[in-house]
Design a protein around this ligand. Sequence first.
Ligand code: HEC
Length: 170
Amino acid sequence: MKNIINILGACLLSLLASQTVYAAGETPFPADWKSWKSVTTTLTTIGALPGCEADVSSFPPIYQETVETYCPVRPEGPGAVAVLVKPDAMASYKVRDGKLVEGSNMILHLKDLQLLFVTGLKDGAPAYAVYKEDGTDATGADGILSANTCRVCHTGYGAFCVNGQCGTLK
Ligand code: HEC
């Protein structure tokens, strides 16, 4: 079973890598992302998104679903993560009041995969995108890299996420 999962994971990753038709992200590439401050959260304290065999039963359900959604990308899972916050949005991020600024505000950096999961605010509503570190738009039209997948989870757990922000400072 583990082998089958590994093979599926490898296929999925090559599928992701070979995907050439991208849907446009809903929020812009934050070109200055390297100067954003990293914060310590529940997920960054764990340090990485693990593979599918990891026992995450003690985590809150939203974290279990996050692992379940992204663990198949490769056998060892997505790996190392960081959360980066735009300087202008830091005060709001800290108190988690949902009053972020228009444009891109927060990044879940999948360091091993060299992908940026970006959340922003567009016309007052949370907006989502996936970029490679060089700014190439990698947002999917559907599937796990689509803005809709982000939105379903980031709004689907009641008050767990406030206006698109799911993590809190630790
Ligand atoms: C199944 C649930 C789930 C899905 C799907 C998901 N996320 Fe998240 N996301 C989370 C959780 C939980 C956190 C908080 C992690 C932590 O403790 O820092 C998070 C954190 C983030 C953060 C850091 C800021 C914050 O909200 O705390 C960004 C940015 C982000 N996600 C963007 C995305 C994008 C873009 C997508 C889609 C490509 C996506 N997420 C898909 C659950 C999800």
